[in-house]
Design a protein around this ligand. Structure first.
Ligand code: BES
Ligand code: MN
Ligand code: ZN
Length: 500
């Protein structure tokens, strides 16, 4: 789907979308169309007992006489004073879904300047175009027999507003964030025979095209650094493990310490020798969604030329059972010097992150580190699929993430850490073990292990196991399947607090 920008004119074909405010009040462009069509819109609204311009409602009018268009869709905007970014994004998303359902190929939406609305038309365009872009995502590359009627029909969606140039300028950075979300969704959707550590490294290297510097640590290098925990997870796999590091240096002062994002990239999680049950195991292709989010985020930040120094680090491994796989009971040495007793080889994400976090903090001395990981099934039990779990050793960072979550629509909910949970991962024979007390506080004891590898760096952990993949979706801008969770949240965190 193409997104275009223009000033207001009544199009000669396709569908025209116009806004209606609460109590059936027509927006200025709706009034103009109404007067050109001797009251078509106002009569239609009068005739429909249900549509009154409430937000998130629509009324579709077919083949209006006097216009060359095929139809007009009225969208409810609600009260002008209540209109906000997230509402505009959702509206863009709903419009795309409605147009594809109607089989429309071309449409234009008019955005007016509205009295009493705190958003200017350019930003309303930017947000609704962002929502439209996010909603039109498809992953169809492996379908060879898709029926015509199942393919999306919408080719072009034009946003008409008072100042075309201003709208386009406002929309540009949002569209680049959308490109980052698409990259994450693609990486997460791909099956594990296609995207495994080495092929993800190749994709990361392509980001040099947008100005990102990439470094790669192979197994030999990681052995030299003493990353026994990460390497232990990968040792049962035929695929080589890697850490990839992405640098975006957009701050005006090149010496500003970076902010760092670290992702769990388990390209497939069988559980290893502590093997998972086979039912549903195919879902474990998305166990690299934390890494996927970091990669998409780096693309988004570079794409919109964020004024910040950012480093993205992803630990890429495959967790397989094998004659060479690590065993329950093995003790591994981490780069930090601390030892971990591997009670359960399926608690592998924390092993990967222990070395990745330590490396990041030692190598880059970042202002903060945020890691993203599909770390525990327990977080799905706690929070379901609406909010990610947040754990942090720093209240300011936690509050900023919470605020960025509300602003972006990708929400987080903070859970506790503390010495009592930390004690639960003490081991009889090593510095720690990789599981806590059975099923109790499973997400927290996982986070407690990570905390032992962050030193004094302000750090937050996002457990995104419930957010990375949507079996069904009730969010108009997140289609079923890979959500791309984390890109919008962390782009917002950087934009609101760390850009100069
Ligand atoms: N990748 C899983 C967590 C997961 C579960 C992600 C469901 C997405 C959906 C993780 O590696 C794992 O297996 N965790 C175990 C930990 C346990 C062995 C302590 C879990 O949650 O059961
Ligand atoms: Mn696992
Ligand atoms: Zn896992």
């Amino acid at each position: 789907m193409q997104i275009a920008f223009s000033e207001f004119s009544v199009p000669e074909s396709g569908t025209l979308i116009v806004g209606v405010l609460t109590h059936s009040a027509l927006t200025p462009s709706a009034q103009e169309i109404d007067s050109r069509t001797s009251g078509l819109l106002s009569k239609a609204i009068e005739a429909s007992s249900r549509f009154t311009g409430k937000k998130n409602t629509t009324l579709t009018l077919n083949v209006p006489v006097g216009l060359l268009l095929s139809r007009v869709i009225l969208v409810g905007l609600g009260k002008p004073g209540d209109i906000d970014e997230l509402q505009m994004q959702a509206m863009g998303g709903r419009i795309v879904a409605a147009l594809n359902k109607l089989g429309e190929s071309q449409a234009a939406i008019v955005i007016d300047k509205l009295d009493g609305c705190s958003m200017c038309p350019a930003n309303m365009v930017a947000e609704s175009a962002f929502g439209a872009q996010l909603a039109s995502y498809r992953f169809d590359k492996y379908r060879t027999k898709q029926k015509e009627e199942d393919k999306p029909t919408l080719n072009t969606l034009t946003f008409m507003s008072p100042d075309r140039g201003a709208a386009q300028t406002a929309a540009e950075p949002r569209q680049r964030v959308g490109d980052g979300v698409y990259l994450t969704r693609n990486l997460v959707s791909e099956p594990s025979n296609v995207k495994y550590p080495a092929t993800i490294v190749e994709d990361i290297q392509e980001l040099s095209e947008v100005g990102i510097d990439v470094e790669v640590l192979n197994e030999e290098r990681m052995k030299g650094l003493g990353m026994g925990a990460l390497l232990g997870v990968g040792q049962g796999s035929r695929r080589e493990s890697f850490i990839a590091i992405m640098h975006w240096n957009g701050a005006p002062d090149k010496d500003t310490p970076p902010v760092a994002f670290v992702g769990k990239g388990v390209t497939f999680d069988t559980g290893g020798i502590s093997i998972k049950p086979s039912g549903g195991m195919e879902e474990m292709k998305y166990d690299m969604a934390g890494a996927g989010a970091v990669i998409g985020l780096m693309k988004a930040l570079a794409g919109r030329k964020a004024q910040a120094n950012v480093v993205g680090v992803v630990g890429l491994v495959e967790n397989m059972p094998d004659g060479n796989a690590q065993r329950p009971g093995d003790v591994v040495n981490t780069m930090s010097g601390q030892t971990i007793e591997v009670i359960n080889t399926d608690a592998e994400g924390r092993l990967v992150l222990s070395d990745a976090l330590w490396y990041t903090q030692k190598t880059f001395a970042p202002q903060f580190m945020v890691d993203l990981a599909t770390l525990t099934g327990a977080i799905i039990v706690s929070l379901g699929t609406y909010q990610a779990g947040l754990f942090s050793n720093n209240d300011e960072l936690a509050e900023r993430l919470t605020a960025a979550g509300k602003a972006s629509g990708e929400e987080v909910w903070r859970l506790p850490l503390g010495s009592r949970y930390d004690k639960d991962i003490n081991s009889e024979i090593a510095d720690m073990k990789n599981v806590g007390k059975g099923r109790e506080a499973g997400s927290i004891t996982a986070a407690a292990l990570l905390e032992r590898f962050v030193g004094d760096t302000p750090w937050a952990h996002l457990d995104i196991a419930g957010m990375a993949w949507m079996k069904r979706s009730d969010d108009p801008i997140v289609p079923k399947g890979a959500s791309g969770y984390g890109v919008r949240l962390l782009d917002r965190l950087v934009e609101d607090y760390y850009e100069s």
